[in-house]
Design a protein around this ligand. Sequence first.
Ligand code: HEC
Ligand code: HEC
Length: 438
Amino acid sequence: MKRKISLLACPMILLLGYTSGSMAGRGAIPIEVLGERIFEDQDLSINHNQSCASCHDAGWGGTGPDSIINGAGAVYEGSIPGRFGNRKPPSSAYATPSPVFHFSTRGDGQFVGGNFWDGRATGERLANPAADQAQGPFLNPAEQALPDAACVVYRVSMASYAPLYEKVWGAGISSIAFPADTDSLCGQEDVTIQLTAEDRAKVEMEYDNIALSIAAYEDSPEVNRFDSKFDAGRHGKLSEQERRGFELFQGKGKCAACHVSSGRNAAFTDFTYDNLGVPQNPENPALIADPTFVDSGLGGFLMKRGEPASVYEPEIGKMKVPTLRNVDKRPTPDAVKAYMHNGYFKTLKGVVHFYNTRDVKDRCPGPFTEAEALAANCWPAPEVAENVNAEELGNLGLTDEEEDAIVAFMKALTDDEHEDDKDCGHRKKGRRHSECDD
Ligand code: HEC
Ligand code: HEC
């Protein structure tokens, strides 16, 4: 984005009431515990082999937990072997503060909010982008691939946590008359479960409740922890290099123009959209399957939903500004992560170097990977050449030490507790795992 984003994003978040961390100081409420159980339930996929957590692992900062995949195409296989989407999983944490997708008329005007890289989980359905989002993966053929929302509701009704579900949402779910062969039908593609109109209406309501449970979990202080070194001492705990990095992040590096870092519980995003000119990831399975594949991001979504060219054309190639919280979080130092919508980058140093030198270096003679481009001292062409932001990045004039300081600062955005601390002895006030309740 181009203008005063910190002024812009905050009032919207407050108005919409999605401020994360609002539950800090009290234990998880049943809907959050329920949401976590659903998030982690592999039975909610066609082959009983994939949950939300399969692609959004807390120990990896809410992104994909596989070094080999992250080191290459960065796109995760779905429940059905050989099926792939075309994007890298962004963090599922810190997604809930995003406001409902809308056009803000501030300045020159711009789109703000929603979930997904292209904003298509707008929040217009359930007044909550994270809840709209949560209805996608279960039925996406390249993800959990269940053939009918009724299958998700049926499997939740049969799950070990069904009593908790009924405690939160009432016993309506157990009154749905599912056909006797529902279980086997739900293991097949292109199937619609036959239900009475009344039961179909109930399924729709419970499917909304399932999504709202997940969104409540994603908005809980267990997920949106705000307890990194950056938060802990109100910056007092940062090392000298990290503090220098923070200064550069807000100043010469211009990062905070989009990754908002001011205010309490900063989300490190303003939920707007930009085309940074990130190169195509030559290992993206979508590109391998179709060499003409181009990710048109927000503009593609707006076009699909029928907006006129004057609306979608300026947005082609723009992606949602992601949070930078837990951007370096990984289970072991040698674990590989991927960055940007297509996972082109594998290192934070490479990312910062790109912001710094995108418009300075020569164009690579082909579709080089990050490592190849760094070795050859060039950058490949952008995936989408239109609408590239040349005002806030491309030639920042940072020294090598300054780049390193910004990287060090981003590493200080890792929340303290790790997923494998599922040990109630470690829990802090208001922050617990569902295991600790039972
Ligand atoms: C096969 C891997 C996979 C599975 C399974 C999966 N996701 Fe995702 N998730 C992704 C990818 C890829 C994206 C980005 C897709 C896009 O932008 O088009 C994403 C995006 C998201 C986002 C958006 C974050 C943001 O800031 O915009 C959230 C939240 C999320 N997923 C939560 C979930 C939930 C909840 C489930 C289970 C119901 C789930 N995911 C299942 C891969 C996965
Ligand atoms: C003009 C807005 C803007 C500015 C300025 C900006 N970013 Fe970004 N940042 C984005 C957008 C948009 C993306 C996603 C782009 C994509 O996927 O194609 C992104 C992605 C990232 C990612 C990848 C995160 C992930 O989960 O994949 C990192 C790391 C990052 N930015 C760090 C920085 C740093 C460090 C700076 C300053 C040197 C900076 N950004 C400046 C908008 C911005």
